[in-house]
Design a protein around this ligand. Structure first.
Ligand SMILES: [Fe+2]
Ligand SMILES: [Fe+2]
Length: 135
């Protein structure tokens, strides 16, 4: 069973961003699978680094979309991205520089921030873009 299942309520109603969010969900599932199936640190570490890298790609894509469409709340949104990216980068660095292993709590932390950010912050630009006729 997947650790994290995509649900329609996560949709921001902007297809490109929904696709990117689905990819993040998939990568988080891959991370969990690597952890739980007892894959070595090397495999888990690679999946974690890939997830962090794609998170940065996704945040940049959203910021570009918001900038292009003069989204009024872009600064507050970007601040949230910066805080989340910082935490994710720290986690990745800690994993690679210490003996720390990933736990269910770490996975839940990643899952919670992703869902909360989508549901409470990303959805707002979705509504804004939809009102301009963009999907
Ligand atoms: Fe966002
Ligand atoms: Fe997002």
């Amino acid at each position: 069973m997947a650790f994290f299942t995509w649900e329609d309520r996560y949709s921001v109603n902007v297809s490109e961003m929904d696709e990117q969010h689905k990819k993040l969900v998939k990568m988080l599932n891959d991370l969990f699978e690597a952890m739980l199936s007892g894959k070595g640190r090397e495999v888990v570490g690679k999946v974690l680094t890939d997830l962090v890298a794609y998170t940065k790609v996704h945040f940049s894509a959203e910021e570009e979309l918001m900038r292009k469409n003069a989204y009024p709340d872009i600064l507050a949104h970007k601040k949230e991205h910066d805080a989340l990216a910082k935490k994710a980068i720290e986690l990745d660095q800690k994993f690679h520089s210490t003996k720390m292993s990933l736990t269910v709590e770490t996975g839940n932390f990643l899952k919670d921030w992703l869902t909360n950010h989508i549901l409470y912050t990303d959805k707002k630009y979705g509504q804004y873009l939809n009102a301009k006729g963009l999907k």
